[in-house]
Write a protein that binds this ligand. Structure first.
Ligand SMILES: C[S@@+](CC[C@H](N)C(=O)[O-])C[C@H]1O[C@@H](n2cnc3c(N)ncnc32)[C@H](O)[C@@H]1O
Length: 289
C-alpha cells in the first residue's frame, strides 16, 4: 500500500535520515563482509542473484560487485514498484557494468514461482528487514516460497533488524522532519487517488509505537476527531472515533532464535550471520535444509 511512485521516493528520503539506522547499518555489514559472504557462498558456477523487493538496489550493488569480481553474475531484481526498478537498472548498469539485469515488476510469490530455470547457482536476496513486515506465519509462508525456488547449493541472504533499545527504535520510525509521517500518510493519498477515497489527510496523525509482546514497531494513523470517510470504489463508509487508529505497518525486531524459528518450518538452515560493527542488524546466509 505504501509503494506507489511517491511512496518509493519518500522511502528513499527515509533511508537518508540521520535517525534511520537500518539502511546505513546493513550497508556497513555488507561492505564489511561482502567478500566473506561470497567466499562462503561461491562454488565456482555462474550466479543468478534474484532480489525480492529490490527497491533501487542501493545495497545490492555491494554484493554484485564482489560476485562479479569472481565470475559471471546476473541480477534479477523483483519489485512491485516500476519506478524503483528502473532506478535499480540504471544504478547497476552504472556501478557494476558487465552484470546482466533482467527486472521483474511483480509481487514476491508470483515472481518466485515463475523464475526461469537456471544452470548455475541461484542466490536469493531479501534485504532491508523486509521480512519484518510479515507476522511469523506469513513470514514462514514466504520463506517456503523462497525454499521452493532453491536447489541444493543455492542460498538466501536475509537481512533482519535486531532488538535494541526502545528510544533508538522509536526515533527511527518517527523522525523530527516528519518524513516517515509523510510516508505513512501517503497510504491515504493513494487510497484517495486509486480507490476514490475521501480521506482528509490532515485529520490523521502518524504514530509509531513499540509492542514488546510482539517485538515490533507498529505504525498507525490516528484519527484526529470523530469522522466518517467514504471510499467510492469499495462502496464503503468507515467511521473513526477520536484517537482510533488505522494500523498500517509492522516492523518486527528479531534475535537469532526468532530467525531460526522462522527458517526451520520453511525447510531452511542458517549457515552464518554477519553484522555491522554496532550489531544493529544482521544479514544471514541461509541454505536449503
Ligand atoms: C523497505 S523497501 C526495501 C528496499 C531495498 N530492498 C532495501 O533494502 O533498501 C521495500 C521494497 O519492497 C517492495 N515491495 C513491497 N512489498 C512487495 C511485494 N509484496 N512484492 C514485491 N515487492 C514489494 C517495495 O516497492 C520497496 O521497493
Amino acid at each position: 500500500v505504501f509503494y506507489d511512485a511517491r511512496g518509493s521516493a519518500i522511502y528513499e528520503e527515509i533511508t537518508d535520515l540521520a535517525v534511520y539506522y537500518p539502511t546505513r547499518a546493513e550497508t556497513e555489514a555488507l561492505l564489511q563482509h561482502a567478500d566473506a559472504m561470497v567466499d562462503a557462498l561461491g562454488d565456482g558456477r555462474p550466479v543468478s542473484v534474484v532480489e525480492l523487493g529490490a527497491g533501487t538496489a542501493l545495497k545490492s550493488v555491494i554484493l554484485l560487485r564482489a560476485l562479479h569480481a569472481r565470475g559471471a553474475t546476473t541480477f534479477v531484481p523483483v519489485d512491485v514498484s516500476p519506478t524503483a526498478l528502473s532506478l535499480a537498472c540504471e544504478r547497476v548498469a552504472r556501478e557494476v557494468p558487465g552484470v546482466q539485469v533482467h527486472a521483474i515488476v511483480s509481487a514476491h510469490e508470483p515472481a518466485l514461482a515463475a523464475l526461469p530455470p537456471h544452470d548455475g547457482q541461484r542466490l536469493l536476496l531479501f534485504l532491508g528487514s523486509s521480512i519484518g513486515n510479515y507476522e511469523d506465519p506469513a513470514a514462514i509462508a514466504l520463506l517456503r516460497h523462497m525454499r521452493h525456488a532453491m536447489r541444493a547449493g543455492d542460498a538466501l541472504l536475509l537481512g533482519t533488524d535486531l532488538r535494541k533499545d526502545i528510544p533508538t527504535l522509536l526515533a527511527a520510525y518517527d523522525d523530527p522532519q516528519g518524513v516517515t509521517a509523510r510516508f505513512n500518510l501517503n497510504a491515504l493519498v493513494r487510497i484517495n487517488r486509486e480507490l476514490g477515497g475521501h480521506f482528509e489527510v490532515g485529520r490523521f496523525r502518524h504514530q509509531a509505537l513499540w509492542n514488546e509482546e510482539a517485538s515490533r514497531i507498529e505504525m498507525h494513523l490516528m484519527s484526529l476527531g470523530r469522522q466518517q470517510v467514504r471510499i467510492d470504489a469499495l462502496d464503503l463508509v468507515c467511521t473513526f472515533e477520536d484517537g482510533e487508529t488505522i494500523h498500517t505497518e509492522n516492523s518486527i525486531k528479531y534475535d537469532t532464535a526468532h530467525v531460526d524459528r522462522l527458517l526451520e518450518p520453511a525447510g531452511l538452515v542458517r549457515q552464518a550471520s554477519f553484522h555491522d560493527a554496532g550489531h544493529r542488524v544482521a544479514v544471514h546466509l541461509i541454505r536449503p535444509g
